[in-house]
Design a protein. Structure first.
Length: 248
């Protein structure tokens, strides 16, 4: 895609208002840190949050002109209107890219696209994480070292109840002993979905340039491709003369 990719960074934005320790890390919200980081990679970025009206900032107009959406949510998944989650899912099936970050594994949109429980193990003791690139030929691994090290993270551990990813790009190791599939790709309809694990709200992870590099790579990977394939199935007359078989 040669045109500038249009990204909508969606953030629940509740922790930043209600928890002082989160405010200290993200005073203007997780969405603004992510948006600033992605703008440096040349994308046209706008933001939306849960409390934006109408429809959490995700109107039909916003959805229609979004190439790739990033999604961060945690404590208020249930406050996302079912109708909005359905529309975001429908846009993915039409071709919009979706990048679900960290605790977005339990969002209505991600679970709706996966069809599984999406549960995992977790522990919050600020332990070290290494994200190993396990698929160096994948475009989401571009311009990265062999692994990314994060000194203080929340642990997510297997089993992660997801359908087997179409591509696995990162596996995390944690100081406490667990491993986790941290960078997973799926194709859904004409759209692409990437789940990326890092990003707990009390750690400054979205200021990390390597983490932003991964998300930027994922935006490029997930951007829609031009295709003549119709979104919906329809009756198809035969392309060749197949005689009586075609008249049955
Ligand atoms: Zn977390």
């Amino acid at each position: 895609m040669n045109e500038t990719i249009k990204v909508t960074v969606w953030n629940e934005g509740v922790h930043e208002k209600t928890h002082d320790e989160v405010k200290a890390v993200y005073p203007n919200g997780i969405h603004n840190v992510l948006a600033d980081g992605l703008r440096k990679h040349g994308f046209q970025v706008s933001t939306a949050t849960l409390d934006d009206e109408p429809d959490h900032g995700l109107t039909d107009e916003v959805l229609a002109c979004t190439d790739v959406m990033t999604w961060w949510g945690h404590m208020a998944h249930d406050r996302v209107k079912d109708e909005v989650a359905r529309k975001v899912r429908a846009r993915v099936l039409e071709g919009m890219g979706l990048i679900c970050l960290h605790s977005a594994h339990m969002s209505k949109v991600f679970r709706g696209l996966m069809g599984t429980g999406c549960m995992l193990k977790w522990r919050e003791v600020a332990e070290k994480e290494r994200l190993w690139v396990v698929n160096p030929a994948h475009p989401i691994a571009a311009d990265l070292p062999e692994y990314i090290e994060l000194p203080h993270t929340e642990m997510y551990g297997e089993h992660f109840d997801i359908p087997a990813p179409d591509d696995l790009v990162f596996i995390s190791w944690f100081a406490g002993g667990e491993v986790f599939r941290s960078g997973c790709c799926w194709h859904r309809g004409r759209g692409k979905v990437f789940y990326f694990r890092p990003g707990h709200e009390t750690y400054p992870i979205y200021y990390n340039e390597q983490i932003v590099q991964v998300i930027a790579n994922a935006v490029r990977w997930a951007a829609p491709v031009n295709t003549a394939v119709p979104v919906r199935g329809n009756y198809m007359p035969p392309l060749e003369d197949i005689g009586s078989e075609g008249k049955a």
